[in-house]
Ligand binder design. Sequence first.
Ligand SMILES: [Zn+2]
Length: 183
Amino acid sequence: MKKVVTIMVRKAMDYDDLLASQKMMVTKFHTHPEEFSISSVVELSHKEFEDFKNDLLAERPFLENRDGIIIVKEIGKSDFSGIIVQTSGFNYARYSGLPMRKVDYKKCPRCGEYYVEYPAISRKDNKTEICPRCGTEEAILACGYDFKFISFLDNLHNYANQFNVSITISAPDKEDVVIDPDK
Ligand SMILES: [Zn+2]
């Protein structure tokens, strides 16, 4: 049986919402991607698949009485371009997920959490790839701030994400710290 790796999202509205939710689950809630076994595949025409992607919560005849984990995709396209669906007895995509490759998410060796953004390089050896948050943390420690200050910055990081703004902190005798929202 075919296996896929993803994070299932409950009631994502459309493809963009699903992509954003999945990314947020990795970066903010540290959800680990899981492996699922595919029980059936639904192939749609290009137009039907586009329509499905744009409205994941619409009721679909092709989802009626489908148990287990389904891949819905366009005819002839790879599984990775499809959407993983679990109906849980309904006839719409109650749970959905985008297939993830191992390269789509990485585990940070410094904090042990998963992340999907472009990695930062550790200052310790100038080669180990770490998550952007750990990258910021190492930079801040290098600037002479302490761990208490880092937890304060952690909160600011959440605000930077929430409002999609960059925040610059200036202190006398220390380097400026810039906090950018996750891209
Ligand atoms: Zn990390």
